[in-house]
Design a protein around this ligand. Structure first.
Ligand code: IPD
Length: 265
């Protein structure tokens, strides 16, 4: 599990440790109430004080333990490094769930190697913590994916149709198009979920709780960790339309992945 000088196993242990601590902080802050800090791309695209505080904790711990690594975070942006490793972080994925008091939110931390571009980087380690659900999912490249100590495996039998999940961006002008996409996919679905945290949706695909997932317009921090979970659980992840402003991400076991790709490509 060594990539040049990089030991993916150690990155995994660190990602898990920090995701657990960051998740506990997010949960604690949620228990005393959520303060809206700002809106971003649209009025619906919110950031809470907790998003910022949790990202701060993650960034500070990484800087202390891996000072030479680069960082790319949803709230505080990027900084360069000199080790070839970049930490791609969403401090609270599912911020709207978090703000409304729904438990499906997660802390998502990935370590990637090489490029900082999702189509070129090599994911090495991932942790997705869902503190309000008491679950932590993790993966190491070439080593597997787990929920706690339990190995994860994607589903393979979709004879009854695929249980799919998707998400919609925060820009209301894209909703019609995304709903039209849903219509094209429903013929292969047994049902559709919209969970509200892309990282958790991908963790659920890895865990076999969903058969597949698709969404347009995700940011790298939304899927960096979850994509490695799916791949290490035996599934596949692809990005389509990468030249468009809202590329499509699809994930699932071989059959679901290929059927989604045939419909959505
Ligand atoms: C969002 C969630 C949501 C997805 C959105 C993302 P955020 O991330 O992952 O499920 O549908 O596209 O932006 O803003 O809560 O970190």
């Amino acid at each position: 599990m060594s990539h040049g000088e990089v030991d993916a196993g150690r990155l995994h242990a660190l990602a898990v440790d920090i995701a657990r601590e960051a998740g506990e902080l997010a949960k604690l802050r949620r228990s005393v109430g959520v303060a809206l800090a700002a809106t971003k791309s649209t009025l619906a695209d919110i950031v809470t004080e907790a998003d910022r505080e949790v990202e701060d904790l993650i960034r500070t711990r990484l800087a202390a333990e891996r000072p030479g690594d680069a960082f790319l975070g949803e709230e505080s942006g990027g900084s360069a490094g000199d080790t070839g490793v970049t930490w791609v972080v969403d401090p609270i994925d599912g911020t709207v769930n978090y703000a409304y008091g729904m438990p499906a939110y997660s802390v998502s931390i990935a370590a990637v190697h090489g490029s900082v571009h999702p189509d070129e980087w090599e994911p090495l380690a991932a942790a997705v913590s869902a503190p309000a659900l008491g679950e932590l999912f993790s993966a190491v490249r070439g080593g597997g994916a787990w929920q706690g100590a339990r190995p994860l495996r994607v589903t393979t039998d979709i004879r009854a149709g695929a249980l799919l999940a998707t998400g919609f961006g925060y820009d209301p002008s894209t909703h019609d198009g995304d709903l039209a996409t849903v219509r094209t996919v429903m013929p292969i679905a047994r049902d559709l979920r919209r969970g509200g945290s892309a990282a958790l949706d991908l963790a659920y695909v890895a865990a076999g709780r969903l058969d597949g997932y698709f969404e347009r317009g995700l940011n790298p921090w939304d899927f960096a960790a979850g994509a490695l979970l799916v791949q290490e659980a035996g599934g596949r992840v692809s990005r389509l339309d990468t030249a468009s402003p809202r590329p499509m991400l699809i994930a699932g076991g071989d059959e679901v992945h290929d059927r989604l790709r045939a419909i959505l490509a």
